[in-house]
Design a binder for this molecule. Structure first.
Ligand code: FES
Ligand code: FES
Length: 152
């Protein structure tokens, strides 16, 4: 399995979720466990660029896919992804627990072309819950990053 561009091999129970694999076997704890039932979006990662709730996906099903977690989003020299920078610029978090999932979901939302309006962003980010209710700031961050990503 490729995770953030690095090849990994695991010897795991076939029932292991992708979320538990990332956190407990790969040591990538940036991906958060919220509900563990597919309801909150905290565990969102990208599999071949598509949003995946890692708590709802068996790790073994992802063999051959490229997984991107929050640890893999910045560039190799440490520059933040425009979405990460936008979340900082717009103060789009309070406790930060939902933030890795929000950011990965937001990257895919822009790349899907679902970030053209505030209503679209709210709709297509609705699977990512924020108990701190930072929603207006998250929408502002997604719009800033969308403009940056479209220029790139
Ligand atoms: S932890 Fe996966 S959706 Fe909540
Ligand atoms: S920033 Fe606290 S849950 Fe979203």
């Amino acid at each position: 399995m490729l995770i953030n561009g690095q090849p990994y091999q695991f010897n795991i129970d076939s029932r292991t979720s992708l979320l538990d694999l990332l956190r407990d076997h790969a040591g990538l704890t940036g991906t958060k466990k919220g509900c563990d039932h597919g309801q909150c979006g905290a565990c969102t990662v990208l599999t071949d660029g598509r949003r995946t709730l890692s708590c709802m996906s068996f790790a073994a099903m992802n063999d051959g896919w490229e997984i991107t977690t929050i640890e893999g989003l910045s560039s190799a020299d440490g520059d933040l992804h425009p979405m990460q920078q936008a979340f900082i610029d717009h103060d789009a978090f309070q406790c930060g627990y939902c933030t890795p999932g929000q950011i990965l979901s937001a990257v895919a939302c822009v790349e899907e072309g679902h970030a053209e309006s505030d209503a679209d962003i709210r709709e297509y980010m609705s699977g990512n819950l924020c108990r701190c209710a930072a929603y207006p700031n998250i929408v502002a961050a997604v719009k800033q990053a969308r403009n940056e990503m479209e220029k790139a």
